[in-house]
Ligand binder design. Structure first.
Ligand code: NAD
Length: 468
């Protein structure tokens, strides 16, 4: 449910007043509904000459059934034809009312800063033609995989372009940069399907890194998680409840965990999706052993997906913070997750090829007044993801994080109104996100087709002005 300001801003009188006052003017973001197409409207595919991704992108567009267009260029027409993609030819002189739902640009051919002009050549005539809730996606080579310092420099420059494009885009349009390692050209499917679709409504200005994986990325578009079992901590309410529902919608069987005080809410939520409830405090000394036992009892063969969502805040500036206020936050948000991971890995409770997804926060990236404890714990979550990713690769287990910004939940409802309103408006979408936005991002990481994604931290914050 959009907040009151967004509701006012999206009726015709309210919008006029807001525009006259020069205030941020949010739109109601398009969000995924079961049965929806991945992308409704034309996707224009462009590329800098010499790139390696036009073919793989065309293959994804063909598989998701996208309406597509390319410029009249031999290499692009051939890439589309080879992928079996029926792409129209786009003429830059077309009338201004010819619009696109998405612009996708392969920038891997850019090997020198002088060639960055290709970005201007493609986006200048097309950017204003993007429809509301549109998508801008640039694909590049991770600078660390470039063949020369010049190429690494030019590829790194793409970040500045996409982050600015996200800020310039209007009306719910997002912009992302996807770095694709050489050899990972077959790993685009789940990532492009997510970023093109309304599932990524509140994700903008992000950099995603895709690496090589054993099998090509593919996934059922309706029930990608069929046959998978997912543990979601903190599942009784808020973001955790939305994660449980969303992973269930995607086909997974859910085990929800929360503290005994919220046992009734948890049980009701699990009953509605045919899941199992585990009442436990993740910080209890016996929690790792007890939770492993409960999981093995419910699912003898182990589980496929772990979502570490349980989290708390105890805000106070450092000078006035009691040791318990520090200790509890770091224990719930970070140390308990580490202990659970150790136990799940040591007992093979999480299967090889599994997925671990952690919920960090933009506080852990940008810091926040009154949150030294919380930001420490959430930055630690990012450290955990980045340090475990290479270790877990031996077992084909991926680990990634989402870092939510301002999401409308009971946690943020407690924030004083002026700060709450600032949190809502100070981002490129000019509104707070919904729990489902975090959940959709987690479902993308959790997909069996996302083996090439590990060690990523993606903010779900509408490109918040707080932090990098
Ligand atoms: P919430 O308070 O509504 O839900 C958190 C859940 O975690 C609750 O059900 C709670 O009982 C459970 N939990 C807390 N301690 C636990 C423990 N020791 N053992 C088991 N369960 C425990 O909060 P939310 O807004 O839904 O937040 C979910 C996650 O998202 C948290 O990790 C939070 O830090 C993170 N986050 C939220 C926002 C936001 O804007 N709401 C922003 C950034 C990050």
């Amino acid at each position: 449910m959009p907040d009151t300001y967004t509701q006012i801003a999206t009726n015709s009188i309210g919008r006029k007043v807001i525009q006259q006052l020069g205030l941020p003017a949010p739109v109601i973001l398009e969000r995924h509904e079961p049965g929806d197409a991945v992308v409704e409207g034309t996707v224009l595919l462009g590329a800098a000459p010499g790139g390696r991704l036009a073919g793989p992108i065309a293959q994804v567009l063909e598989r998701v059934g996208a309406e597509a267009a390319t410029e009249l260029r031999d290499d692009l027409r051939t890439a589309a034809a080879d992928a079996g993609l029926d792409a129209a030819v786009w003429n830059p002189q077309a009338p201004a009312d010819q619009r696109f739902k998405a612009l996708v640009f392969d920038a891997t051919g850019i090997t020198d800063s002088t060639q960055l002009q290709e970005l201007h050549a493609f986006f200048q005539p097309t950017f204003r033609r993007v429809k509301s809730c549109g998508r801008v996606i640039v694909l590049g080579t991770p600078p660390e995989h470039a063949d020369s310092p010049r190429e690494a420099t030019a590829q790194r420059a793409l970040e500045g372009f996409t982050r600015s494009a996200g800020k310039e885009a209007r009306a719910g349009t997002t912009a992302q940069l996807v770095y694709v390692a050489p050899g990972a050209e077959d790993q685009l499917f789940t990532t492009l399907a997510f970023l093109l679709s309304p599932r990524s409504a509140y994700v903008s200005g992000q950099v995603v890194r895709i690496g090589e994986a054993k099998d090509p990325s593919t996934a059922d578009l309706v029930a990608p998680l069929a046959g998978k079992v997912a543990l979601v901590t903190g599942a009784a309410r808020g973001i955790g409840a939305a994660i449980a529902q969303t992973l269930h919608r995607e086909g997974a069987t859910i085990v929800g965990l929360d503290v005994p005080q919220l046992g009734a809410d948890l049980q009701a939520g699990m009953d509605s999706i045919g899941g199992t409830a585990i009442e436990a405090d993740i910080t209890a000394e016996s929690a790792p052993k007890d939770i492993v036992a409960a999981l093995k009892k419910a699912h003898k063969g182990g589980i496929d997906i772990v979502v570490h969502n349980a989290g708390i805040t105890r805000d106070k500036t450092i000078g006035g913070m009691k040791p318990e206020g520090w200790g509890l936050v770091v224990d719930v948000n970070l140390s308990a997750e580490e202990r659970l991971n150790d136990a799940f890995l040591a007992t093979d409770t999480i299967k090889d090829g599994g997925r671990i997804v952690c919920v960090s926060s933009i506080s852990g990236i940008a810091g926040n007044n009154g949150q030294t404890n919380y930001a420490t714990s959430k930055a630690g979550v990012i450290g955990m993801v980045q340090s475990l990713a290479p270790v877990l690769a031996d077992r084909d287990i991926t680990i990634n994080a989402v870092a939510p910004g301002f999401i409308e939940t009971q946690m943020t409802a407690k924030v004083p109104l002026p700060i709450r309103q600032a949190g809502r408006l100070m981002n490129s979408m000019s509104q707070g996100g919904l729990p489902v936005d975090v959940a959709e991002t987690i479902a993308w990481y959790a997909s069996p087709g996302s083996s090439g994604l590990t060690g990523n931290v993606v903010r779900v914050c509408g490109q918040s002005l707080l932090g990098a």
